[in-house]
Design a protein around this ligand. Structure first.
Ligand SMILES: Nc1ncnc2c1ncn2[C@@H]1O[C@H](COP(=O)(O)OP(=O)(O)OP(=O)(O)O)[C@@H](O)[C@H]1O
Ligand SMILES: [Mg+2]
Length: 269
């Protein structure tokens, strides 16, 4: 029998739908419009990356999809259901990590497995694998306060990878990582995404990372965030993240995105 998810997918309901969404904050200087009439659909199993200048409203959009910010106008729906509270099956990797300070690295990753309903006896070996992947084996019993910023980020990523929710909202998840770990994490995320067909909405400032990962890159204007361009990335999968960087098609995509980003074009610097 088709699952609830499959019935919805057949009916053509996007995983995430933003229809003409504006979001404002109250600030000491009055209403601050962060996001201006954004319409965006993320399909089932689609990998969409959001790029745009600092402060343009990217995190605001992710928080609104997760039910943590209310839209001032417009509609946000996940699996066809309007978002009022945090939707089920949504995982959020925040820009700032949200590790539980009283749990060790192992304990924090186990939270993800618990959320995913993995029975206790199966958890230790999965955690051990994830720790190796994240290059954290040596620190399995350390507490968050004893870790560097990049290490804390890797633990957050481990919790998300352990949970594997149907919709992953990822806010600059690889921002604080060294290049080698970044590539390893990107490869693991793509591997999971390619086998499990999750929907991912991912924010980054790294244009090469955006092109390497995405089906589609959505470019925001400076605040208030509006969509100024969408680039469909038709590079074959599975992608080899290293080899891609010298592929002329890859370079053409990154240049085109830099162009739509405007002032940030490195050629103009
Ligand atoms: N809780 C809040 N209260 C008031 N204003 C906020 C709040 N959160 C964000 N803002 C404002 O909304 C705007 C958009 O912020 P947001 O964090 O969404 O930007 P961003 O695109 O994620 O930036 P960055 O790339 O630096 O992370 C900014 O001007 C910010 O000052
Ligand atoms: Mg942000």
């Amino acid at each position: 029998m088709a699952s609830r998810d499959e019935v919805k997918a057949a009916a053509g309901v996007p995983r995430i739908l933003l229809d003409n969404v504006s979001i404002a904050y109250a600030s000491p200087r009055g209403r601050l419009l962060a996001v201006d009439r954004v319409s965006l659909a993320v399909e089932r199993a689609e990998f969409v990356v959001l790029v745009g200048p600092s402060g343009c409203g990217k995190s605001t959009v992710l928080r609104a999809i997760a039910g943590l910010n209310a839209a001032e106008s417009g509609t946000i729906a996940v699996d066809g259901k309007q978002v009022n509270d945090p939707p089920e099956h949504i995982g959020f990797m925040f820009q700032r990590d949200t590790l539980l300070p009283w749990l060790t690295v192992r304990g924090n990753i186990e939270v993800g497995l618990e959320l995913a309903g993995v029975p206790s006896p199966q958890r230790p070996s999965r955690i051990t694998d994830l720790l190796a992947l994240l290059r954290l084996s040596e620190f399995h019993d350390a507490y968050p306060a004893q870790l560097s910023g990049g290490m804390r980020h890797r633990v957050s990523l481990g919790r998300m990878l352990a949970y594997q929710p149907a919709v992953m909202l990822m806010d600059e998840p690889f921002g604080a990582l060294d290049f080698q770990t970044k590539v390893a994490m990107g490869r693991e995320l793509l591997r999971i995404w390619e086998t499990e067909r999750r929907s991912i909405l991912f924010v980054t400032h790294d244009i090469e990372e955006a092109v390497a990962l995405a089906d589609r890159v959505v470019v925001f204007s400076p605040r208030p965030g509006r969509i100024v361009a969408e680039h469909r990335i038709d590079l074959p999968r599975p992608r080899n993240l290293r080899a891609l960087r010298t592929d002329p098609a890859f370079t053409a995509y990154t240049s085109a995105i830099w162009e739509t980003l405007g002032d940030g074009d490195p050629a103009a610097a």
